[in-house]
Design a protein around this ligand. Structure first.
Ligand code: SF4
Length: 271
């Protein structure tokens, strides 16, 4: 967007609606001359009007002929000092109108990343105060470390499954549970809806430890779409361990009474 020039902050001086200053409103030529001086004659269209910005401060609006800026307009703000008839130009700027095409609101890069976006070698460290993580060591641990050689305590903790510096916070755990439950391995998918059984009763489901293990497990069926993924207990699929294909019953047809041919029973041995 072209830069503004001679920019000053223009605000109403009180809460009341500003009155349109007649002298500043009449200074269309001054505003146009400043605009042409700034951007060139070929980019300036007709004068669309003027609006009061504050006491003795008026913005003149002109159409723009800039290619690609349909719906945008030039705004030239002029002002005059009290008891002065001469106006000065405060600001020249290109602004979007109601039907202008504008870019969407900026989304920080960290909010754009989605699961699956990372490639080998990419780095995506958590933020400093990531609410999904909580410290795993208690407040008093530093004091304990001072008393006891930490190199002898923490390795022991690590051996029994403890010892990480950070773990999932309550927020992080709840967010993961909700995400998994609402996702493709929750209960509401077409696959789950038409499954002959639920994961909870499936022999292929590996249980997780609580608290997430009260609702989720891991599918370990190499033939299932969800092999290696976290599944909710009420998910399911056609590869359930107790799924059985029903064979169509082959009923015995009714006996036929043959009234056309004659059976030769002369060779039949009497019983
Ligand atoms: S095989 Fe199907 S029903 Fe069994 S655990 Fe995996 S997804 Fe669930």
């Amino acid at each position: 967007m072209p830069a503004s020039s001679r920019a000053t902050s223009v605000r109403a001086t009180s809460g009341r609606a500003p009155k349109l200053d007649a002298v500043a409103a009449a200074a269309v030529d001054v505003a146009r001359a400043a605009l042409v001086d700034e951007v060139g004659e070929e980019q300036v269209g007709e004068h669309l009007g003027a609006r009061a910005e504050g006491d003795r401060v008026v913005t003149h609006v002109f159409t723009t002929t800039l290619p690609g800026y349909r719906g945008w307009h030039w705004s030239v703000t002029v002002a005059r000092a009290p008891r002065q008839k001469k106006v000065t130009v405060d600001e020249v700027v290109l602004l979007p109108g109601d039907d202008a095409i504008v870019s969407p609101d900026w989304t920080p890069y960290k909010d754009r990343v989605r699961s699956g976006d990372m490639s080998p070698g990419d780095m995506l460290p958590p933020e400093e105060d990531d609410p999904r993580l909580a410290p795993a060591w208690f407040v008093g641990d530093d004091a304990v470390d001072a008393e006891i050689d930490p190199t002898s305590v923490r390795p022991v903790a690590a051996e029994v499954g403890l010892g990480r510096n950070e773990v999932l916070s309550l927020f992080g755990r709840d967010a993961a549970a909700q995400r998994w439950y609402d996702g493709e391995r929750g209960p509401d998918t077409p696959m789950a809806q038409q499954a002959p059984g639920r994961c909870r009763t499936c022999g292929f489901m590996v249980w997780l430890s609580p608290p997430l293990g009260t609702l989720f497990g891991v599918c370990a069926n190499a033939m299932a779409n969800d092999d290696g993924s976290v599944v909710s207990f009420d998910h399911g699929c056609g590869a359930h361990s107790e799924a059985r294909v029903k064979q169509p019953s082959r009923g015995v047809s009714a006996p036929v009474h043959d009234t056309v041919t004659v059976d030769d029973v002369s060779d039949v041995e009497p019983v």
